[in-house]
Design a protein around this ligand. Structure first.
Ligand SMILES: Cc1cc2nc3c(=O)[nH]c(=O)nc-3n(C[C@H](O)[C@H](O)[C@H](O)COP(=O)(O)O)c2cc1C
Length: 330
C-alpha cells in the first residue's frame, strides 16, 4: 500500500445536478482539503455568455473560500472566449473545457465528447482560445468517441497547447460510464505527454486511489466524482484521516437539506436533490430498502425527513462501504 501521506489531494469532479454551489460549500466546510472543485458545465451561447443557473453557480459570493474551477461546454470559440473573460473578471484564474459529456443531445451538436469527432474544428477552436485568452485553460476529456485509435492523434493535438491540466477520463463516448476505465489509454498519455495530467474514473475507495498512485507514480493529480459523493470523507482518508462516521453523514445530509431549502422554492425540487443523493448513500447502509422506498415515495419534506431520520436512527454505516466498482455500478 502506498503511504497515504504521499498521495496528492483529490479534486472533486463536476457532476451536473449534484455538485452545484450549495453542495460544494457544504462539502468544503465539512471535509476540507480537496485541491479543487470543478463546477458542472455551463453551456454559453452568443446571447448568454454567463446567465441564469450558470451565473448563480459560478458567482463569487457563492464560492467564497472554496477552490473552484468553472467548466464550460461549447464548440464555438467566440462563446468560450466571451464566457471565460467574464469568469476572469469575476476573479477566476482557470477555466475548464468539457470534452467528455457523452449525452446524446450534447454529442449530436458536436459538443462535449462529440467535439472529439471533429479534430480539425477542435484544432481551430483551441488555436483561437489559446491565442486570445490569458486565463489558464484546463481540459477534461474522454479518449475518443468510438474507438481507441482516436486517442493518440487527440493527445498529439492537445500537446500543441499550453493546457494547464489535462484531466483524462479514459473511457470512449460509447462506453458512457460502463465497464472498466481503459487504463491503457492513460498509460499511453503518461508515456507520450508532457502536459500536467490528472486521472479521473472509478476512484471509489482509498484502495482504488492507492492502487492508481502505485501504477502511475509520476501522476500527482487525481479526480473523483461518484466515489466522493457516496463517501464525502474519501479525500480525508487518503491523507491518513479517519473514515466517514454516521454522525458526519447525517450532519452533511442536514446541512445540504437546509441549504437546498434556502435557495429552492417548494418541497419538490429539494426532494429531487435529496433523492438523487440517496442513490449514492443508500449503499453505505446494510438494509436501506424500506426507508429508501419511503423517501422515494415522499411528496413532502415532512414525509421525507421522517424516512431519512428513521434510517439514520435505526442503522449503522457498513464499514468500508463505497460506490460499486464498474460493472456493478448503477
Ligand atoms: C450525474 C453525473 C453528472 C456529470 N456531470 C458532468 C459535468 O457537468 N461535467 C463533466 O465534465 N463531467 C460530468 N460528469 C462526469 C464526471 O465528472 C466524471 O468524469 C465521471 O463520473 C467519472 O468519474 P468518477 O468515476 O470518479 O465518478 C458527470 C457524471 C455523472 C455521473
Amino acid at each position: 500500500m502506498t503511504d497515504p501521506h504521499t498521495l496528492p489531494p483529490l479534486s472533486f469532479a463536476p457532476l451536473e445536478g449534484i455538485t452545484g454551489w450549495i453542495f460544494r460549500q457544504v462539502h468544503h466546510a465539512m471535509f476540507p482539503g480537496l485541491s479543487r472543485y470543478y463546477t458542472p458545465f455551463f453551456a454559453p451561447t452568443a446571447d448568454s455568455p454567463l446567465t441564469g443557473r450558470g451565473l448563480r453557480d459560478m458567482h463569487p459570493d457563492h464560492n467564497r473560500g472554496v477552490p473552484v474551477v468553472p467548466q464550460l461546454l461549447t464548440n464555438r470559440a467566440e462563446d468560450f472566449i466571451a464566457s471565460a473573460r467574464l469568469l476572469q473578471d469575476l476573479g477566476y484564474k482557470e477555466v475548464n473545457l468539457n470534452l467528455g459529456c457523452p449525452s446524446g443531445t450534447v454529442v449530436a451538436k458536436k459538443k462535449g465528447a462529440g467535439f472529439l469527432s471533429q479534430p480539425q474544428a477542435l484544432a481551430r477552436f483551441l488555436d483561437q482560445i489559446f491565442q486570445t485568452l490569458d486565463v489558464n485553460i484546463s481540459i477534461k476529456t474522454r479518449i475518443g468517441v468510438e474507438n481507441l485509435e482516436e486517442w493518440p492523434p487527440l493527445l498529439d493535438l492537445f500537446q500543441r497547447y499550453p493546457i494547464c491540466e489535462l484531466i483524462i477520463h479514459p473511457r470512449l463516448r460509447r462506453d458512457f460510464y460502463r465497464g472498466q476505465p481503459r487504463r491503457e489509454a492513460f498509460t499511453y498519455a503518461v508515456a507520450h505527454s508532457r502536459l500536467p495530467l490528472c486521472y479521473n474514473g472509478d476512484l471509489f475507495s482509498p484502495q482504488d486511489c492507492w492502487d492508481l498512485a502505485r501504477q502511475f507514480p509520476s501522476v500527482d493529480r487525481l479526480m473523483a466524482g461518484r466515489g466522493l459523493v457516496c463517501n464525502p470523507a474519501l479525500g480525508r482518508q487518503l491523507q491518513g484521516g479517519p473514515p466517514l462516521t454516521k454522525a458526519e453523514l447525517q450532519a452533511f445530509h442536514d446541512r445540504l437539506l437546509d441549504g437546498y431549502q434556502s435557495v429552492l422554492s417548494g418541497d419538490w425540487p429539494v426532494l429531487g436533490k435529496m433523492k438523487e443523493l440517496w442513490s449514492y448513500w443508500a449503499r453505505l447502509f446494510p438494509a436501506p430498502e424500506k426507508p429508501l422506498k419511503a423517501m422515494r415515495k415522499a411528496k413532502t419534506l415532512t414525509d421525507y425527513t421522517f424516512a431519512a431520520q428513521s434510517l439514520f436512527r435505526d442503522q449503522d454505516l457498513l464499514p468500508g462501504a463505497h460506490f460499486p466498482s464498474a460493472g456493478a455500478s448503477s
